[in-house]
Design a binder for this molecule. Structure first.
Ligand code: NAP
Ligand code: F7E
Length: 340
């Protein structure tokens, strides 16, 4: 842990923010969370962190408010900053590219400038949440830190912009910056805007609603890990003496279809698929009830077919490894949604 034992986490209200806050508090850290709206704040994801009286502080601040962000950093003088705040949904980035770029690219650059201007360069270590989306569609090739990057949507472009700029701040201006190139990671805290949680919520509630689950590309494949493991990787990456960039990934990928099958299996149901493309339907293999339908509304114009990452650098240098496997992740998410 760096000298100060205080950390500023932007995006504290998001999925990763919740796991990271818990981890940092468990390590004895003073945690400052940046949230854009603290009025009527819902502590759902942060329930356990908020109970750590005295060491958990929330600050209302929009990441794009340069002056407020700078004042916050100046007041806290954090030993570590984890910049997790983002517009993180790929389809939204296509609808709102400017807003996505301001939050995901311009704001982190301003944050780096603020650290320098405040004279905190030798004190504050900065973690930036980069994304496997920066590689674009690599045709299922295993991706390492040195793979070619051809980002293809506004979200990916914004993350790539911040990634490239941060390397300049590190090399040319001496800032301690780490990019975690994060492959997809999920959990019961995942927003339902993403396919995994959309599936587990629907599977858990289907006996009540009877409504089939409507999905887009069932054949898309992702390297899916558990968010708790990736939060640990973020922390580990700032404990090294030399800043560098790391891929965090499990090294295997699975299709949306496999995720669906395992999710239903967790509730004792088997899926039988019939038809193809937009006409494909998933039935309950025992009762014949319609469980899944394909809806073209959820297809993406330039979807990435498959991702899989090589995290051997993080494994070797940080002693990081994912602890939860794919089957365990799906089961945990379904059981959590059923318990709700
Ligand atoms: P998330 O659940 O979408 O959380 C994003 C957080 O950013 C939320 O707390 C959100 O606050 C906050 N935020 C958005 N705009 C903001 C603004 N203008 N000012 C202040 N806060 C703002 O994302 P996540 O899954 O935890 O991911 C964490 C980071 O990792 C993100 O940078 C994401 O792009 C990156 N990443 C995630 C994955 C993944 O699979 N999860 C993979 C690669 C990279 P509100 O609650 O107010 O919306
Ligand atoms: O899509 C397909 C969809 O929205 C995964 C973010 O955390 O990871 C995440 O981005 C796949 C895609 O995540 C539906 O077409 C099918 O191929 O869950 P997703 P994502 O786009 O991979 C990266 C690494 C990030 O950095 C992002 O911040 O699933 N898919 N049917 C669907 N996707 C959604 N959302 N909804 C569907 O109905």
């Amino acid at each position: 842990m760096t000298e100060k034992r205080s950390a500023l986490v932007t995006g504290i209200t998001g999925q990763d923010g919740a796991y990271l806050a818990d981890l940092l508090l468990g390590k004895g850290c003073e945690v400052h969370g940046l949230a854009r709206d603290v009025s009527g704040f819902d502590f759902d994801r942060l329930a356990s962190s908020s109970q750590r009286e005295g060491r958990f502080h929330l600050h209302g601040c929009d990441l794009t408010d340069q002056a407020a962000l700078r004042n916050l950093v100046a007041a806290i003088r954090p030993g570590e900053i984890y910049n997790l705040a983002a517009q993180s949904h790929v389809p939204t980035s296509i609808a709102e590219p400017l807003m996505t770029s301001e939050i995901n690219a311009t704001a982190p650059i301003r944050l780096m400038e603020a650290i320098l201007d405040l004279g905190l360069g030798g004190h504050t270590r900065l973690f930036l949440a980069a994304s496997s989306e920066i590689f674009g569609d690599a045709g299922g090739q295993i991706l390492s830190e040195n793979s070619v990057m051809t980002p293809r949507n506004p979200y990916a472009l914004s993350k790539h912009h911040s990634y490239v700029e941060s390397q300049k701040f590190r090399k040319e201006r001496g800032l301690f910056i780490v990019n975690g190139i994060l492959f997809n990671h999920e959990s019961p805290y995942r927003s339902p805007a993403f396919v995994t949680r959309k599936i587990t919520l629907a599977v858990a509630s289907m006996r009540n609603t009877g409504e089939p689950l409507r999905l887009g590309n069932l054949n898309a494949r992702r390297d899916w890990g558990h968010a708790r493991d990736y939060a640990e990787g973020m922390w580990l990456s700032l404990q090294r003496d030399i800043p560098d960039d790391y891929i965090f990934a499990t090294g295997e990928n699975h299709s949306v279809r496999e995720f669906v099958e395992l999710a239903f299996a967790a509730t004792g149901r088997r899926v039988r698929w019939e038809g193809a493309g937009e006409d494909e339907i998933g039935f309950d293999a025992d009762t014949g009830v319609r469980l899944v339908e394909v809806d073209p509304v959820f297809f993406r114009p330039e979807d990435i077919g498959a991702t899989v990452g090589d995290s051997s650098k993080a494994r070797a240098e940080l002693n990081w490894r994912p602890r939860t496997n794919f089957a365990g992740l799906v089961r945990e998410m379904v059981l959590s949604d059923m318990a709700r």
